[in-house]
Design a protein. Structure first.
Lengths: 300, 300
């Protein structure tokens, strides 16, 4: 394990512990008003052993600007609830109809469809609860800005809209421009939010916030390109889900349209661009620059 | 039309106009990043000609404490987006499987299931956007409190949890206590939020806020009892949906368990209790007292 991977692991574990605690609180097993099956399905959907890349980006962006660690972890956990909701709903029969996620039955398979819809709804809702709660100790203004930025990253102009375009893409394959836009919305918006959120938590300047948004946009693109490469070159065991699925569905990817060599060169270019953008922060940017490289070169 | 009904109508129209404007902004037809079909489905789900009772309660509660009208209308519109999301998801085949809502095809019938799931998700998300947006001109603290209270009214301990209990009730009918709890969560939580929100918008005292929460709880109970009576005594034309459905599904209602006479007496009692609670505000409480009576006696 590289020192970078050790850092990523540490934040993933702290996020997992916090999510575990937050979702136990939300379940409140002693209160009959918390339906146990729904609360379990929320836990099942959110505590899934992911890499917790988005919380890591929140954490390291906040750290670079001297933001509060605990607040960053809480916002990271909120973001992960929101990300988990999107996976639970995307997997539904009416959407991507996936039975497996990270090698485990998806929520509607492990429970049932109604419970999966409601668990997704409740995780989405809980993300805003976590940010607004008194335990997230940042100034009110920062909370409002996080709520607003998260709602916009998740809404019709962000992740939900991206998923709608993705479903439409199965019927009519988009061109290169269409694919880039779809991916910027579907996966890019939350990654951009993660990087921006660190700056907001730390009360950084408007300029810093803008720069972190752009940094997030670039690594969001790299994340998706790496994903497309993995879909093409990995087997199901590595991915924990069916491989070659996007291609089989006729979904256009940039790998299919532009070829693997172009994508690999583009990934290098994006890492350089992201690194150059935050080089202005000197040594403090080192971990985020490694994160950009990690996102582009990840093997799973 | 009584003077009260005229007031209700006026706020409903202002809410409708504002929702129309907010959902047009959210759609931004000039931007390709807003998938048109999804944006249309959101409009279809939210602009459905309802009575807009919840926004009316926000508006009148805010008015009683001297809160800003425009802020109250915006929070009412946000609440209506959230209420609409719950209807869109509740109607889905995996949930209540309803084809009609207010005499019109439900969203998954008019569009498709995936679009209905996403439209619900996007309406839920947009509710938080509207509250946090700069155009909602209240102090930051009040916004945070509204976000938090709304998330809790909608989450696993509120509306989403109530819907989970409601689905479970089809398999095993709950007792009187179970029904009261289920209804308090499923429909009561948002009505309570509406009444509380007015006090928050106006910056009323903690005591006033508590009193308005209790007022909301009581009229929420009355709302649900009136609904159960209507389900039993109305025909489909009046309801705009299938009548006698709850009974046919074997869902326990208090009307079935306690009888119509008991329910009618309980409704009178609840109106008295609600009125007594806010009598402390004197003349300013007159409209809300009429609202309590309206909720208990409504015929559709």
């Amino acid at each position: 394990m590289t020192p970078f991977e050790a850092k990523l692991n540490t934040v993933a574990k702290r996020t997992e512990t916090l999510l575990e605690q937050l979702l136990s609180e939300e379940a409140r097993p002693q209160e009959v008003t918390r339906p146990a099956r729904l609360a379990e399905a929320m836990r099942y959907g959110a505590l899934n052993g992911g890499k917790r890349l988005r919380p890591f980006l929140v954490f390291e962006s906040a750290a670079m600007f001297g933001g509060d660690e605990m607040a960053a972890l809480r916002v990271g956990a909120a973001l992960e609830c929101l990300h988990s909701y999107s996976l639970v709903h995307d997997d539904l029969p009416a959407m991507d109809d996936d039975d497996l996620r990270r090698g485990k039955p998806t929520v509607h398979i492990a429970y049932d469809e109604a419970t999966a819809i409601l668990a997704g709804d409740a995780l989405l809702t809980y993300a805003f609860d976590i940010i607004a709660a008194p335990e997230t100790q940042i100034v009110d203004r920062a909370k409002i800005e996080l709520v607003l930025a998260l709602a916009r990253a998740a809404g019709v102009g962000g992740m939900a809209g991206g998923q709608a375009l993705d479903l439409a893409a199965e019927k009519q394959a988009p061109d290169v421009h269409g694919i880039v836009m779809l991916q910027a919305m579907k996966t890019g918006a939350l990654i951009r939010f993660a990087c921006e959120a660190g700056a907001v938590i730390a009360g950084a300047s408007e300029d810093d916030r803008d720069r972190m948004r752009r940094f997030g946009e670039i690594i969001g693109r790299a994340f998706q390109l790496a994903d497309d490469l993995l879909d093409l070159t990995s087997d199901a065991a590595t991915l924990g889900k069916a491989a070659g699925k996007d291609a089989a569905r006729g979904k256009g990817t940039l790998v299919a349209l532009r070829g693997q060599a172009w994508v690999e060169a583009e990934l290098d270019r994006l890492v350089d661009e992201a690194s150059a953008l935050i080089a202005v922060y000197g040594e403090r940017a080192a971990t985020l620059i490694e994160a950009a490289r990690f996102v582009a070169n990840r093997k799973a």
